[in-house]
Design a protein. Structure first.
Lengths: 244, 788
């Protein structure tokens, strides 16, 4: 159900999702991954999309990120219809507006931390410097290390630096702590929270870890491809206060 | 079929492009091996069969004129099995439909037995001559076919100064003329040279040779010493102007076939070896990649209870099945190619029956070799599979480690765009793989270069032989040595612009214990119609006093410039003398010795005789001149330089085009297999990275650049290396294919390099294009869900 509270409707909606459905064939079985979802996300929001495996959260974030197309329904990004975009328009959309953080970091193993970030700053329109982005995630001293020389947490922070260096309008984090231990996971969430707070980037974090919901402005719970709860936290917890 | 077999087949189908590329490389190697070894065996067998069925002689001797009873004397020499004496003469022919005069070699055959004792004839059409009919002749098949003549047609010849009409009654072939060339020529000119067999009685009366012979052939008894028999023959016929007896190994026709067989033998070794080496490499990289991507499956199989052998053999199947397909296709292709090649040989060589024999041993050997190669290529990967503990296999492969390399120096790095940095690091990280890929692509470039090298070589040969060296239009070869006064009668012929003469004197040359039958050419000048030009086109002068030897002849005799050579003249006064080797010249064709004609006359101790004339003519008078030469007495042969060049060009075009097409195709397959597999493996290794880059906003073009850029760099590095390897391979080939008959000059045209470059670029672009299409199908979402 869309959040149409009076104070939110004053703010500009970054994303408008209307009646979005996605079904696909898995072998010979039809899977309805998303069923008629309508949601708006607003500038500067840090939202956590919570759901168990198979709830449709990854499908949703993939459609939002321009990696997948819905079966029906529409998605608008600042009023532009993304669901009607061509392949090259989608590439440009990802290039310009979206920052991705993946569960498995997806760093380029043949590039150093700095270069992995430069990979994005070289093709972005108004990026921050790669060094600056790495400083932001606390890796100012590990610039010339290759992924194989970094810990998992450090690799994920490089991935976050890479995602935010282009100053995206939307930061999409897909299970960012999924492959990390407790302490490192919290460190990474700290960085995501910091980016959201300091840069004001609209941030969507998808996770199956309910404890993470505490750090968000807003929590959207998904179940079997449907939104079954969309709530706001009165206060955001700092990631260091989270326990799981 | 058990489940592992099913898995194997399904996965092979899934990677059919790569597997077909491997199979194609194996098929190329096997088809070259099978076709070449079957051609070699077929040539050997056809030759042996022909020789034994038609009683080809073992030893040959030519002399001026020897009394007939000496053939009886020879038959009593210990070791001689059978003897045949003949009369042989070269005459000028007037062939219907041919403007220029042609040359005929007349060979006597017995009138009554219907069968020569040695060097028998295979009558292909028509019949044997009838006793008493002196005008009847059997003509050689290539000559008749080239001139569109048939039994029943007439031809006229000038024999001993008299014109005689000859009736062709049969079309025949002889083991003596499997390679049919005019004496003094190296290349067949089927229209202008033919062999004719006619009755001994008719020929002896026409040539005033009754009760005498000038040609002797004999076969040796089992275990007899050829050398001893030759010595005795030389002794017997010395007073009769013997040119020295010789065995089959010096028989021109047999030499050409022997050389051909030797050359085919060389091709059997080098080409398949290259293809198998590439197959080993391809299987190695492909299997390593399969094993790397299937670590979890290997673990599961082992956890389920499959033994190391089961799993190891399963992965070995990935190497063996494409090899088996390659072996089957290669064998069939090889048999087809072999048969086709034999068809080309049938145009060059006149066998009574050219049999195509396909030996199972050759197939078995090649298949065995390719399976050994496949096993060798797969061994490393299969071993790692067998040794991998299941628990370890469950864990992902250890992450790829990169370190700063040469290109990471600050100055360089700052200039390189990130995509280029990714490419360079990938190459730097596995220098061995990159180097071997470069080597494999370079080998295909090398095959292209070496395949076309013979073109350039033959071009150079044509240039040196037909332009630089010979400037005459016509060579008149006299039947008998002429006195110097002949120049006046030739000079008086209307239309002759320039005329130059040479003496050709058969001698025995000796240095220490080595000796050789050879003729010395006494020239008037080396700057007139005939010049002395080596294989690189360098011009030599004629020594005023010494002797100039071709390099190969000098090597055979073991002499160097400055050494004194002993000369025994075989004819005339048969003097013995010494002459200093002044220099050596590396000529393309044959073995030669050159002297100044005056110096040769002095050494021979006579006033000089002339054996042939080079003429430059006024082309507008060619018609009249042709008529004159057709009837000119005392002329045993007429050679037209232009006609020789034309028939040489035709011959070369026919054979070279086929082999160039085959080699170009095979080299292209090789290059495609290497580049395509390289790109496919890169795609498999880096698919996830490339997907991540796409998600991060890179365009398809940008990620193509990363994927194909690596292959492009490898290809660009490989091309110059391939040029060098191609040159080395050509030099080796030139060396291996050189014989006493000819030495291939080592020359390369820029077109050769341009051709190889273009072919490789097209092939690389094509394989890049095919792999690039797969980039469009990258599953961006999937890549993000899985860990490497």
């Amino acid at each position: 159900m869309p959040d149409n509270s009076p104070e939110m409707s004053l703010q500009q909606a970054v994303l408008q999702i209307t009646s979005l459905s996605k079904s696909y064939m898995m072998g010979e079985v039809r899977v309805d991954a998303l069923k008629n979802i309508s949601l708006n996300f607003y500038a500067g929001e840090l939202a956590v999309l919570l759901g168990a495996s198979g709830s449709g959260k990854s499908t949703l974030i993939n459609i939002i990120g321009g990696l997948d197309t819905p079966s029906s329904g529409k998605l608008f990004f600042y009023g532009q219809e993304i669901t009607a975009a061509t392949e090259s328009e989608l590439t440009a959309y990802r290039r310009r507006s979206i920052g991705f953080v993946f569960q498995f970091y997806n760093l380029i193993s043949s590039l150093t931390a700095l270069e992995n970030v430069q990979l994005v700053t070289e093709i972005a329109e108004n990026p921050m410097s790669a060094e600056e982005a790495l400083k932001l995630v606390g890796l100012g001293h590990r610039l010339s290390h290759f992924p194989a020389q970094l810990s998992g947490g450090e690799q994920q922070r490089v991935a976050i630096a890479r995602a935010v260096a282009k100053r995206p309008e939307l930061l999409l984090c897909d299970e960012p702590t999924g492959a990390l231990d407790y302490q490192t996971g919290k460190l990474v969430l700290d960085v995501i929270e910091k980016v959201n707070r300091e840069l004001g980037t609209t941030t969507l974090v998808i996770t199956h870890n309910a404890s993470i919901a505490g750090m968000a402005d807003r929590v959207v719970r998904l179940r079997s491809g449907e939104v079954f709860e969309d709530s706001r936290n009165l206060t955001r917890l700092s990631p260091s206060e989270l326990v799981w | 079929m058990n489940l592992l077999h099913k898995k194997l087949l399904r996965e092979l189908m899934r990677m059919k492009g790569q597997m077909l590329a491997v199979a194609a490389v194996v098929a190329c190697g096997i088809s070259v091996f099978v076709s070449m070894s079957s051609v070699k065996y077929s040539l050997e067998a056809s030759r042996e069969r022909y020789y034994s069925r038609y009683r080809f002689a073992d030893v040959f001797a030519q002399m001026k004129r020897a009394p007939e009873f000496y053939s009886e004397t020879v038959s009593r020499i210990p070791g001689v099995a059978s003897v045949s004496s003949r009369i042989v003469a070269d005459v000028t022919l007037d062939v219907p439909g041919l403007d220029e005069p042609a040359t005929g070699r007349l060979i006597s055959i017995p009138e009554y037995q219907n069968i020569p004792v040695l060097n028998d004839l295979c009558i292909k059409k028509g019949r044997y001559i009838e006793p008493g009919k002196t005008e009847e002749v059997i003509a050689s098949k290539p000559f008749l076919e080239a001139n569109h003549l048939l039994p029943g047609d007439h031809i006229s010849a000038v024999i001993n100064g008299r014109k005689k009409e000859l009736l062709i009654v049969g079309m025949g072939l002889s083991p003596e003329y499997i390679y049919e060339v005019q004496p003094g020529a190296f290349f067949p000119d089927k229209r202008r040279f033919g062999v004719f067999w006619m009755s001994r009685r008719a020929l002896s009366s026409a040539l005033d040779m009754t009760g005498a012979f000038n040609d002797l052939s004999l076969t040796l008894a089992h275990g007899a010493s050829e050398k001893d028999v030759i010595m005795q023959l030389d002794h017997i016929f010395k007073p009769y102007g013997s040119l020295g007896a010789y065995g089959r190994n010096e028989h021109l026709s047999d030499r050409f076939i022997q050389d051909e067989i030797k050359q085919v033998g060389i091709q059997i070794t080098f080409l398949p070896a290259i293809f198998l080496a590439v197959a080993v490499f391809l299987l190695n990289i492909v299997l390593r990649r399969i094993v790397a991507t299937q670590r979890d499956q290997i673990a599961v199989l082992k956890a389920l209870g499959y033994s190391n052998e089961d799993v190891g053999l399963h992965y070995l199947g990935f190497a063996m099945i494409p090899t088996a397909i390659g072996a089957i296709v290669g064998t069939a292709l090889g048999a087809w190619l072999g048969r086709g090649l034999m068809g080309i040989y049938a145009d060059f060589y006149n066998f009574a029956e050219l049999v195509y024999l396909f030996r199972l041993e050759d197939v078995a050997l090649s298949v065995l070799l390719s399976f050994a190669a496949a096993l060798f290529g797969a061994l490393g990967a299969v071993r790692s599979v067998a040794l991998l503990p299941p628990a370890e296999a469950m864990r992902p492969d250890s992450p790829v480690t990169y370190r700063a390399g040469f290109f990471d120096r600050d100055a360089l790095r700052k200039k390189m765009p990130i995509t280029l940095r990714i490419i360079v690091r990938n190459l730097e990280r596995r220098p061995w793989k990159a180097s071997i890929s470069v080597l494999m692509i370079a080998l295909s470039v090398a095959i292209l270069i070496a395949g076309r090298y013979t073109y350039d070589s033959l071009d150079q040969m044509t240039k040196v032989e037909f332009i630089d060296k010979h400037r005459e239009d016509i060579t008149l070869i006299f039947s008998d040595p002429m006195p110097p006064s002949v120049r006046h009668s030739i000079a008086s012929i209307k239309g002759v612009i320039e005329h130059e003469y040479y003496r050709e004197e058969p001698v025995k040359m000796s240095f220490g214990y080595r000796s050789r039958r050879q003729s010395i050419k006494g020239m008037e000048s080396a700057s007139g119609l005939q010049r002395l030009v080596d294989k690189s086109g360098r011009q030599f002068g004629l020594p005023s006093d010494g002797i100039l030897l071709t390099t190969t002849l000098a090597t055979i005799l073991g002499v160097r410039p400055g050494d004194m050579l002993e000369i025994d003249f075989q004819q005339g006064r048969q003097l013995h003398g010494n002459v200093m080797v002044s220099a050596t010249i590396d000529e393309i064709l044959g073995l030669s010795a050159y002297m100044d004609r005056e110096a040769l006359n002095r050494l021979a101790g006579d006033g000089g005789a002339l054996n042939a004339a080079y003429l430059r003519i006024d082309q507008s008078k060619a018609g009249e001149l042709n008529k004159t030469f057709k009837q000119m007495p005392g002329v045993g042969g007429v050679m037209m330089l232009k006609a020789l060049k034309e028939s040489f060009d035709e011959l070369i075009a026919q054979s070279m085009n086929t082999s160039t097409v085959i080699l170009t195709t095979f080299a292209s397959i090789l290059a495609f297999a290497v580049v395509y597999n390289g790109a496919r493996i890169s795609l498999s290794e880096r698919g996830r990275e490339l997907s991540s880059l796409r998600v991060l906003g890179m365009t398809r073009r940008e990620i193509s650049l990363i994927l194909l850029g690596e292959q492009a760099i490898l290809t660009l590095v490989a091309i110059p290396l391939g040029f060098l390897l191609g040159i080395a391979l050509s030099v080796l080939l030139a060396h291996a294919l050189s014989s006493e008959l000819y030495r291939l000059p080592v020359v390369f045209s820029s077109f050769n390099f341009l051709f190889a470059f273009t072919v490789i670029i097209i092939i690389s672009a094509l394989s890049g294009f095919i792999v690039n299409r797969r980039l469009a199908k990258l599953d961006l979402v999937e890549a993000l869900k899985t860990k490497e």
